[in-house]
Design a protein around this ligand. Structure first.
Ligand code: B12
Ligand code: SF4
Length: 498
């Protein structure tokens, strides 16, 4: 079987990063293990036209990934494919997992895969392969006809049958043994076209930065986080498997930076200690690694932080979110400001670079509470402070709150569901757009323009080492519109509506 996996185009206006899609790398790996011929088409880095590619490759099954800002580009890609070939198209990823009916009811999408995708994808490959072998005149529509009973046993999917009915199969249980998965298949990606994970800060040549997941899921349920659309159960790979992949990335693929993408890497401290010991023993600790997502501040004691530093950790992030005690409680973060203070203090003490994630405009936020967030950011003083505009994603509790409690969404287009721009995405009560936008601007200005921060930026090697990139990033923050408008214009041109 020939399978094609697509990452639809969507580069953020202020983002200079382009990183290979780990979810697709896993799907490619399981397909390869099944014996399929695989191609990955990442529209952010490809220079050939999708239609030409599909015309030449003639896949038997296509998979498209989509987060919320990408979903329309996903539909557009599907329509382009259908214009040259009748092939079943499956759409997966966080957005369609939250709103499966929306995509399943589009004519260009045949099947929506909900949640974790490897087993569902493999099952669909098997179904299509068998159906094609049994019927040389197979058409995609045959799959969706309930009388053929082809999809009945495929767990975790949603599709629209020819009678117009949306059909959901039962949930697929989360993969219990993550060690059973093959390593992500990076060899299907044009690695030389990707940047490092944090290009404005790190001196990594193209193709030398890799991502890894050592655990999946998160037992917490913060109200703003889209993690809630995925499996709740936290599952970890064994330290043996992680170190084996780590060694493969470093020794075989030449990794010069590893980004750990776990949602909550430090749920089990003993496991991380074990991993660190093994990295040191295997002499893999010379390659810097970064905890890209916030780890839990309540589970980050000094011992663990020191051990991770010894094992090569360069930088880590904590999700602080707000400086207001009541709002912190209302978002179910289950951490206290004192725990956060201690985590930053200890991380700095052992020599780690720190990143703080803050949110402006959480439900209930007022000018006064947002002010507390800015002050708390200045007090913690991480190397990088990231202020996001609260963006209610479908499937989250904040999304429900806004829709049920008389809030008003200010964005109508999925492409605008991004949170690094200073535009308010919703308003509710005292959390007005005007105050969110004012405080967001103030947050960046007040955090980064303090005299010691200006000095620090000027003295950092990376500021000068990557000056063109740093400048381009700064310009994109000041003038973010251009890239965004290009992407929007493309979607409007092709009239993909949401
Ligand atoms: C790394 C990361 C990034 C990276 C790189 C993205 C990339 N190229 O992969 C960067 C930093 C660029 C990024 C940016 C953004 N991100 Co991000 N990101 C992540 C993160 C932490 C890990 C992604 C990952 O690798 N997961 C591991 C793999 C294995 O999972 P996966 O990709 O979801 O794929 C699995 C399933 O979804 C499914 N699946 C996915 N696609 C398909 C396709 C088919 C056919 C099938 C069958 C199955 C399937 O199967 C896969 C294997 O199990 C996730 C959180 C998370 N835990 O996933 C957030 C997450 C995906 N990001 C999120 C968001 C909001 C964003 C931004 C919009 C933020 C912003 N700045 O405004 C941008 C959008 C950027 C863009 N250009 O589209 C949200 C998405 C919510 C939503 N409703 O879409 C998440 C879930 C975070 C969260 N908890 O809220 N992100
Ligand atoms: S913000 Fe972090 S801790 Fe909270 S639910 Fe999301 S991944 Fe889990």
């Amino acid at each position: 079987m020939r399978v094609l996996l697509i990452n639809p185009r969507f580069q953020l206006p202020i983002d200079t990063r382009t990183t290979p899609h780990l979810g697709l790398a896993y799907l490619a790996a399981v397909s390869e293990r099944r014996g399929d011929e695989v191609r990955v088409f990442d529209m952010d880095v490809e220079d050939v036209k999708l239609t030409e590619f599909v015309h030449d490759y003639r896949p038997d099954l296509v998979g498209i990934t989509s987060n919320t800002p990408q979903v329309k580009q996903g539909w557009f890609a599907a329509r382009e494919i259908k214009s040259v070939l009748d092939v079943p198209i499956v759409q997966g990823g966080p957005h369609v997992s939250a709103l499966p009916e929306e995509s399943a009811s589009r004519p260009e999408i045949d099947i929506v895969a909900r949640g974790e995708g490897e087993d569902t994808w493999i099952h669909l490959c098997e179904v299509v392969e068998k159906a094609k072998a049994a019927n040389p005149k197979f058409q995609s529509s045959d799959l969706l006809d309930p009388t053929n009973k082809l999809l009945d046993d495929v767990l975790g999917i949603t599709y629209q049958s020819p009678d117009g009915k949306i059909r959901h199969t039962h949930e697929r249980p989360a993969i219990a043994d993550l060690d059973s998965l093959p390593f992500p298949a990076y060899h299907y990606f044009k690695m030389e076209r990707y940047t490092s994970l944090q290009p404005a800060m790190d001196a990594i040549g193209k193709g030398k930065s890799f991502s890894m997941m050592t655990s999946r899921g998160c037992p917490y349920r913060c109200t703003f986080c889209s993690q809630s659309v995925m499996a709740e159960k936290w599952r970890a790979r064994s330290p043996e498997s992680v170190v084996k992949e780590w060694a493969h990335l470093v020794n075989d693929l030449g990794a010069e930076e590893i980004g750990i993408l776990d949602d909550s890497a430090n749920i089990q401290r003993a496991r991380l200690h074990d991993l660190c010991t093994r990295l040191i023993d295997a002499k893999l600790n010379h390659v810097p690694w970064i905890l890209i997502n916030g780890i839990r501040a309540n589970l980050a004691d000094e011992d663990l932080l020191r051990h991770m530093k010894q094992a090569g950790l360069l930088r880590l992030a904590f999700g602080v979110e707000t400086g207001d005690e009541d709002i912190l409680e209302s978002i179910d973060k289950r951490v206290t400001h004192d725990q956060i203070r201690a985590a930053f203090k200890n991380a700095k003490k052992v020599g780690l670079e720190t990143v703080g994630f803050f949110i402006i405009g959480l439900p209930g936020d007022t000018e006064e509470t947002m002010e507390k967030t800015i002050q708390f950011a200045c007090e913690l003083d991480p190397l990088v402070a990231n202020f996001s505009m609260m963006t209610p994603y479908p499937g989250t509790k904040v999304w429900e709150q806004v829709h049920r409690n008389g809030g008003r969404m200010l964005v109508k287009d999925w492409q605008d569901y991004v949170f690094f721009e200073g535009k308010a995405r919703f308003e509710m009560g005292e959390t007005t757009a005007a105050v969110q936008e004012k405080k967001w601007k103030e947050a960046y200005r007040r955090f980064y323009l303090r005299p010691h921060r200006v000095m620090m930026t000027l003295m950092r090697k990376s500021t000068w080492q990557h000056f063109p990139r740093t400048l381009s990033m700064a310009l994109k923050i000041v003038m973010p519109k251009k890239t965004k408008d290009n992407v929007k214009a493309l979607a409007e041109e092709t009239q993909v509506a949401c």
